[in-house]
Write a protein that binds this ligand. Structure first.
Ligand code: ADP
Ligand code: MG
Length: 362
């Protein structure tokens, strides 16, 4: 069981949207528990459950001392959204927890979620914890329970500053609790049409380097629509950017994360199962367009066919790649010059300067 906390003290940066839709995307292949630690209960609502109508929620689990968690209280409050996606719901009463537990030793206040999750560790491959927009007792419980932290970050200067502070807090905490947490930054609410967003994303990548996911979550109104319908975006539309981006994130996490049973399953299942991917490059002036990436040892056109002009569209170059599922980096070579894919918002700084575009094969 891999446990990931979705954390950022800033509200509105896409924590709940990420928790719900990443859970939905992972549930295509794995058993997923979404833990709603925010008293506002937005994740519970986004899966179509009315927090007011539920008789029990996480409060009942967390208010009990750690020794009582063995009684299996968590399993009783969990609700199924589908076979493989379950939710531990929240409610406004959760906001009273902090006060309720004052007077207790800090250790005992913050290890309750971890203890409760131990009781369901054979039932799930992934646990995603949606955190409230502050760093109080609920977020501390989440950080203690998780070995991985995802920090959604909207590309803006203030948000970057806030995240640097948050990373310090998490580092301090992991020292105190004696376990490492692997933190990754997820750019969200990205609007590639504005220069400001493009520049800020580049700054995030240069500041945080490998801590940053390759995947970028673009702004997409379908994500709001899905939340209103009470379902993860993947079960509502498969073609919207929001759906593609969270599927890419799920794959990046499943393939690149710490070893877990799901990794082996995915790896063996995907062996030999190549997918056809069509890449397109648009440039009226180009006379020779090639592609190179980690799928062909960065040798332009090795093992892959040259890009050809598509019929009837003299400025569009296309090529079919046959690749096993995974995340790949590539660039075009246009009339001898290396270029990033201008139509792909997913790009990372290359090891020798410039930027490599990122291709995710689901
Ligand atoms: N990628 C996105 N595209 C469009 N709207 C988004 C996206 N991510 C979040 N939103 C919207 O922004 C608002 C805040 O997002 P939310 O996930 O609730 O943030 P948080 O949980 O961090 O407060 C919500 O209305 C949500 O629907
Ligand atoms: Mg939220």
């Amino acid at each position: 069981m891999r446990t990931l906390a979705i954390v950022n003290q800033k509200g509105g940066c896409g924590k709940t949207t990420t928790a719900v839709n990443l859970a939905g995307a992972l549930a295509a292949e794995a058993r997923v528990l979404l833990v709603d630690m925010d008293p506002q209960a937005h994740a519970t609502l986004a899966l179509g459950f009315d927090p007011e109508a539920l008789e029990e929620n996480l409060y009942e689990v967390l208010v009990e001392p750690v020794e009582s968690s063995a009684a299996g209280r968590l399993a009783q409050v969990i609700r199924p959204w589908s076979d493989r996606l379950h939710v531990a719901p929240s409610g406004i009463v959760l906001s009273a927890l902090e006060q309720k537990l004052t007077g207790e030793h800090a250790e005992r206040r913050t290890e309750r979620l971890e203890a409760a999750l131990l009781t369901v560790r054979d039932d799930y491959d992934f646990v995603l914890i949606d955190c409230p927009p502050n760093v109080g007792v609920l977020t501390f419980n989440a950080l203690r329970a998780a070995r991985e932290v995802v920090v959604p970050l909207e590309p803006s200067d203030f948000a970057i500053h806030g995240v640097q502070k948050l990373l310090e807090t998490i580092a301090l905490l992991s020292d105190r609790i004696g376990h490492e947490v692997a933190v990754r930054i997820l750019p969200t609410l990205y609007d590639g049409r504005t220069r400001y967003a493009r520049d800020t994303l580049a700054e995030i990548r240069s500041l945080f380097g490998d801590l940053c996911f390759d995947t970028v979550i673009r702004s997409n109104v379908k994500l709001r629509e899905a939340a209103r319908r009470g379902q993860p975006i993947g079960s509502f539309t498969r073609t919207a950017n929001g759906s593609l981006d969270y599927a890419a994130l799920a794959l990046e996490i499943a393939l690149a994360g710490p070893s877990a049973p799901i990794d082996e399953e995915l790896a063996t299942e995907s062996q030999g199962q190549e997918r056809e991917v069509v890449v397109r490059f648009c440039d009226a002036g180009a006379t020779d367009v090639r592609i190179a990436g980690d799928f062909n040892g960065w040798v332009p056109d090795k093992d892959v066919r040259s890009l050809v002009r598509a019929d009837g569209a003299d400025r569009v170059w296309t090529k079919i790649l046959n690749l096993p599922p995974g995340t790949y980096h590539y660039r075009y070579v246009v009339d001898g010059k290396w270029r990033e894919d201008p139509d792909n918002p997913h790009a990372v700084p290359g090891p020798v300067g410039g930027r490599n575009s990122v291709l995710v094969v689901p």
